[in-house]
Write a protein that binds this ligand. Structure first.
Ligand code: C2E
Ligand code: MG
Ligand code: MG
Length: 693
């Protein structure tokens, strides 16, 4: 009660108001600077501590001093300059101590202690300041008010610091609650302290004081206080701007600009964090690597803007398919990754991966184009497969590689055997490159027979690779790898050269056929390399035959058609190998210039017992006859097969029964021997046993 009377009767309200404003503004800035001091990392906190303490100390002191200048005790007053300055230093030092204590000990109790120190500093500043206040009269104190003021200041300051500590590290918000508590602490202390203070005038004694000078001093102090506090706030604002920029840069550094998903760097960092947490309470998780199928084709044919739209569309579908706590990233190009948390059992992970394949396989509508792609997914589980981020990525990569190899649009879950497969594959790749560099491939020649005359009409060149460490590696294994590594063009050119050089030494009525990969046909320089091989060897073009598979015809029809027409124009024959094994569309036979069909050996192997193989072979023979295309049977292994294919119209035959693939010199000898033998002599069985069946 006495507080209100003291405030109303003994004070100049204008100066009280000014003191209040300085207190509010100063507290607001103090709270923000203190927040930075408590939460700053590294040595920056010392900078913020200095600013916060100076700002706090000066605000407390200025509030007190301005209010004191507004106090009218009814007698003349003087100030002790030394104690006045000391009181300001106490406020600064006390606030600094409180903040240091709270910064160094993060517990709630320590924060309350730090706040109590600040409360004590406010109190000490006030009462030391009061000793500097020299009224011309007898000063007496009301102890209850003194005690109450100190306890109140300590409690409110402690609560203010506690509220401040609870604020988010990066966003303190306005921190109004902490500010109000601090304002409360300063004003409560001051005005309760003033209610404790009483001056009894001494009759006839006055040293004289000038109230106008007091008002001017109050205004000057207020301006000085505002300048100091303003400096604090401007530093704070500059720093805030810097932090915002940093935050934006961090955002850019962590995200893929096109899709807005995480980038690889951020994903790997989070993955490592998740792995480290596995030893604590964290749940198991799954890592999925996703590779889009046919993305390159879309990018090449529809242009990059459509490619970009497609990637954005993929990102959107992945976001929809994943759960909110999953992390999705674009690793670059058309590769994406998902860190799936709380995944449950292995089956549910596989279901999730299959769902990803499904959602990405649905058509996209982009700029009016309907685009269809697919996706392959490699999955690994942590901690089951590994608890190391780098190993997990390697495992998922391996599984993805396998998924793509198994025919795309698939999910493959990592298993330890995949690692072994991969090691073998790496060894194979290295050796294959070395084999090409040292030209250590060889060619064998398997004779092809005329089914009617039973004479050799030519031979198929078959590539052999005897690796120094892996032994004899079948072409079915190494050719697809050479295609993938981009080595097939160089290997194919060497095969062409060798085959032409060998065939030129054979009797002139014999031809040589060479297997050609789709990659070679599409490569753009195939016709030139054929022409070079013919020119260098001197082989007549009509003696060279090219064996292509249906896969070649599937690629880009026009390029293939053009290439085949050019080969035809040179005089070469074009044969369709392994017919029936692939897509076997009859339209190929109309559209492309094909001279001979080679029925795939899997059908011949089931002859003559298997009725469906028998009817397929019969149908192909009839088709060939009606289109005027020769039909060869490959993989003939017994006499029953010979009888069947010859009886149903196959024009040519090839197989182990008739001859193994032969070394070049053996082939040459046999071919010349046939050339000198009388017409009608059969050469069946050459290369296996010399007796004709
Ligand atoms: P292909 O063109 O169908 O070659 C015929 C394959 O059948 C050869 O296997 C041959 O040894 C085998 N063969 C011959 N007679 C019989 C038989 O009676 N029974 C059975 N079961 N098989 C028989 P090879 O030499 O292992 O070649 C496999 C495939 O590798 C070839 O199939 C061809 O697609 C590819 N290839 C071989 N050499 C080359 C080449 O120089 N370039 C390219 N691009 N591919 C090649
Ligand atoms: Mg072939
Ligand atoms: Mg074949």
């Amino acid at each position: 009660m006495h507080i209100v009377t003291c405030l109303a009767h003994d004070h100049n309200m204008l100066l009280v108001l000014l003191a209040g404003l300085v207190c509010i503004f100063g507290s607001l800035v103090t709270v923000r600077l203190s927040h930075r001091a408590i939460h700053a990392r590294g040595s920056a906190w010392l900078h913020w501590l200095f600013l916060a303490s100076v700002c706090a100390g000066f605000s407390i002191w200025a509030t007190h001093f301005i209010a004191m200048l507004g106090y009218r005790p009814g007698v003349s007053v003087n100030f002790d300059p030394t104690l006045t300055i000391v009181s300001a230093l106490i406020a600064i030092a006390g606030t600094a101590l409180g903040l240091i204590f709270a910064k160094l000990h993060s517990s709630k109790f320590a924060t309350l202690c730090g706040g109590a120190m600040i409360g004590l500093a406010i109190s000490a500043m006030h009462y030391v300041g009061m000793f500097a206040y020299r009224p011309d009269g007898i000063v007496s104190w009301r102890p209850g008010y003194v005690a109450g003021s100190v306890v109140g200041a300590i409690m409110l300051s402690s609560m203010a610091l506690l509220r401040l500590r609870g604020k988010d590290r990066d966003t303190p918000g306005r921190a109004w609650d902490a500010t109000l508590l601090l304002v409360g602490a300063i004003l409560l202390l001051h005005f309760t302290g003033m209610a404790a203070f009483e001056v009894t005038p001494i009759e006839g004694f006055s040293s004289g004081s000038d109230s106008q000078v007091f008002t001017a001093m109050a205004a000057a102090i207020a301006v000085a206080a505002l300048i100091i506090v303003g400096t604090g706030i401007s530093t704070h604002l500059v720093e805030e701007g810097r932090m915002e920029t940093q935050q934006r840069l961090r955002q850019i550094a962590m995200h893929d600009m096109l899709t807005g998903l995480s980038n690889r760097h951020n994903f790997v960092t989070q993955l490592a964090r998740e792995c480290a947490a596995l030893h604590g309470t964290a749940q198991p998780f799954a890592l999925l690597l996703i590779d889009l199928d046919r993305f390159k084709a879309v990018n090449d044919t529809r242009g990059h803007p459509v490619g970009d739209l497609l990637l954005k569309g993929v990102a959107m579908r992945l976001r929809k398919a994943a759960r909110s706590n999953d992390l999705i990233a674009r690793f670059g190009g058309d590769e994406f990754a998902i860190l799936a948390r709380d995944v449950g059992d292995d089956e549910s992970v596989e279901r999730f991966a299959a769902k990803i394949v499904d959602v990405l396989s649905a058509p996209f509508e982009l700029n009016g184009y309907i685009v269809e792609i697919g996706a392959s997914v490699g999955v690994t589980l942590a901690p089951g497969d590994s608890d190391d981020a780098e190993l997990l990525i390697q495992h998922a990569d391996l599984a993805l590689y396998r998924a793509k190899h198994e025919g795309r649009g698939r999910v493959c879950v990592f298993s330890p055997t995949l690692t072994q497969t991969m090691l073998e594959r790496c060894a194979l790749e290295i050796e294959l490159r070395q084999a090409l560099a040292s030209d250590s491939f060889t060619l064998l020649y398997q004779p092809i027979y005329d089914a009617r005359t039973r004479r050799v009409t030519g031979a198929e060149a078959l590539l052999r690779w005897n690796s120094p460490t892996l032994g004899e590696v079948p072409p079915d294994i190494f050719i697809p790898i050479a295609e993938e590594l981009g080595l097939i063009t160089a290997i194919g050119e060497s095969v062409l050269e060798r085959a032409c050089t060998a065939a030129v030494t054979w009797p002139e009525d014999l031809s040589v056929s060479v297997n050609v990969s789709p990659v070679q046909i599409m490569g753009g320089r195939f016709v030139r390399s054929v022409a070079n091989a013919l020119a260098r060897s001197g082989l007549a073009a009509h003696r060279l035959k090219i064996e292509i598979t249906e896969n070649s015809l599937l690629c880009e029809n026009d390029i293939v058609l053009h290439t085949l027409q050019e080969l035809r124009a040179l005089g070469l024959g074009v044969w369709l190998d392994d017919f029936g094994k692939g897509y076997s569309s009859l339209s190929y036979l109309h559209r492309f210039p094909i001279d001979r069909i080679k029925i795939d050996r899997s059908f011949i192997a089931r002859l003559p017992e298997d009725p469906s193989s028998a009817s397929i072979v019969r149908a192909i023979c009839q088709l060939g006859e009606s289109l005027g295309i020769e039909v060869a049977a490959e993989g003939v292994e017994n006499l029953a097969q010979v009888a069947f294919v010859a009886g149903h119209g196959c024009t040519h035959m090839q197989g182990f029964l008739l001859s193994d693939p032969l070394e070049p010199c053996t082939a040459r000898q046999i071919f010349w021997a046939q050339n000198q033998a009388p017409t009608g002599a059969s050469y069946y069985g050459i290369g296996i046993n010399t007796q004709s069946p």
